[in-house]
Design a protein around this ligand. Structure first.
Ligand code: RTP
Ligand code: MG
Length: 140
């Protein structure tokens, strides 16, 4: 399988509870390399722009307000099949459905406040990485 990159976000519920290191350990233990990372605070407008694909969904307001409610850690993960591998490490969207040992099974508070975001395909990964990182911030 090819080496890929994917965009990951450690969400405000997790940064608030000081879980960045524990979540990063799960990524690294799965063979994902953190090749870029920064801690930022999104404005509501930036959160709306990032999640524009979900703008018609009933949870859009709740989701974007939550994502702007505190610091997030945005990161680029690299590895073999990184998009799918990251989603396996994250677990299902709803922590009640997430497999044991996944980030969401261990740390998520609810279906909305679920600790991490991960790109869902290589094409969206490229767009989401470009949303947060410039070329010189991406170390090979
Ligand atoms: P993500 O995009 O954050 O990696 O999560 P995902 O693919 O597992 O879930 P997606 O369907 O893309 O939804 C994006 C985020 O919206 C919030 N959500 N809330 N209240 C709800 O029913 C609900 N459903 C989704 C979650 O924060 C989810 O991660
Ligand atoms: Mg998604």
């Amino acid at each position: 399988m090819a080496i890929e990159r994917t965009l990951s976000i450690i969400k405000p519920d997790a940064t608030r509870r000081n879980l960045t290191g524990k979540i990063n350990a799960k990524f690294e233990d799965a063979g994902l390399r953190i090749v870029a990372q920064k801690r930022i605070q999104l404005s509501l407008q930036q959160a709306q722009q990032f999640y524009a694909v979900h703008s018609a969904r009933p949870f859009f307001g709740e989701l974007t307000e939550f994502m702007a409610s505190g610091p997030v850690v945005v990161q680029v993960l690299e590895g073999e099949g990184a998009v799918l591998k990251n989603r396996e490490v994250m677990g299902a969207t709803n922590p009640k459905d997430a497999a044991p040992g996944t980030v969401r099974a261990e740390f998520a508070e609810s279906v909305g406040e679920n600790s991490v975001h991960g790109s869902d395909a290589p094409e969206t990964a490229a767009q989401e990485i470009a949303f947060f990182f410039s070329g010189i911030e991406l170390v090979g």
